[in-house]
Design a protein around this ligand. Structure first.
Ligand code: F6P
Length: 328
């Protein structure tokens, strides 16, 4: 890459606490290297529409603790088309962008790959509360979202305990159960249902409620990832088979909001720094990833082929914590 003078930064896909901290780090690292930074608003769609805002050291002040994204976010149908992407390239030329930092999940990175194939260097920063980006151990926002869900469930447990209820709590995770498993373990759930594990209702729910009852419990907490099944259907089955009347709590988008945790602020800051460094050192076209404690760059195309599997050892640990024995 030639000397980089101006870069764009955007956030795309579902927002995540810590995205603002990443934007701040990108802008401040760029400025420290005499690179101008332009904020592209509303993700890839903003690049198509030339929807931008100039960012300065001051304009990204007080962002570390702010949830959401000041750059707004969107999912762009138009960017999926060749014509849309050509418009985005035209914007990059018009704004004189030597590169773009794209903050988001796998969907964002598929867009990044397409843009880089059209000659615009891109660096991706993983940010999604689902933690389901294959090339990185950690995605910005996961820790904050888990903490939010845990706080909600702790409150819910108080009243469940008083009323001796069974509760189904639906947490986010359309395709991945990382959040559900982490949260379920942290709140001591009776059962955790995740999309990666084919539900065996008798074994995964009925037996666990019964075992829990036998050991003296009178309230039961089922944590359900949204992609693992319908809470209403599960509630009906529990009522019919076990005789309990579960209440349903959907935590929903609350998990995506709020001030980022310390871990998310710190990780976002390091990732933002390394994203700009990649341009400064003449590389680009990569995803910034955490691996075994350190930060690495992975070429975008390769990053998109990586898969991350739910840690089944953690699943087993969660099960043992409730009942002390397991078969396999
Ligand atoms: O941010 C990831 C995620 O929370 C998924 O778990 C969820 O399925 C999806 O986003 C929902 O996002 P939206 O409601 O914005 O479409």
């Amino acid at each position: 890459m030639d000397k980089v003078r101006r870069i764009g930064v955007l956030t795309s896909g579902g927002d995540a606490p810590g995205m603002n901290a990443a934007v701040r780090a990108v802008v401040r690292t760029a400025i420290a290297n005499n690179i101008e930074c332009v904020g592209i608003r509303r993700g890839w769609q903003g690049l198509i529409n030339c929807d931008f805002v100039k960012l300065t050291r001051e304009s990204v002040g007080h962002l570390l603790s702010r949830g959401g994204t000041i750059l707004y976010t969107a999912r762009s149908e138009e960017f999926m088309t060749e014509a849309g992407r050509q418009k985005a390239v035209t914007t990059c030329k018009m704004l004189g962008l030597d590169g773009v930092v794209a903050i988001g999940g796998d969907g964002t990175f598929r867009g990044a790959l397409e843009l880089s194939r059209l000659g615009v260097p891109v660096v991706g920063i993983p940010a999604t509360i689902d933690n389901d980006v294959g090339c990185t151990n950690y995605t910005i926002g996961f820790d904050s979202a888990c903490n939010t869900a845990i706080e909600c469930i702790d409150k819910l447990r108080d009243t469940m305990q008083s009323h001796e209820r069974c509760s189904i709590v639906e947490v986010m995770g359309r395709n991945a159960g990382f959040l559900a498993l982490y949260v379920g373990t942290a709140v001591g759930a009776t059962a955790v249902l995740v999309p990666e594990h084919q539900l065996d209702f008798e074994k995964d729910v009925v037996e666990r409620i019964r075992a829990s009852r036998l050991s003296g419990y009178t309230h039961f907490m089922i944590v359900l990832a949204e992609g693992a099944g319908k809470a209403t259907e599960l509630a009906t089955k529990i009522r019919d088979v076990v005789g309990l009347k579960p209440t349903i709590t959907v935590i929903g988008h609350i998990q995506r909001g709020g001030a980022p945790s310390g871990r998310d602020r710190e990780t976002a800051t390091r990732m933002g720094y390394y994203a700009v460094q990649s341009f400064v050192e003449g590389r680009g076209d990569c995803i910034i990833a955490t691996q075994e404690g350190g930060i690495v760059e992975i070429p975008i195309e390769e990053a998109l082929t990586r898969k991350k599997h739910l840690q089944m050892d953690r699943y087993k640990i969660m099960e043992i914590m409730q009942f002390g024995s397991h078969e396999d």
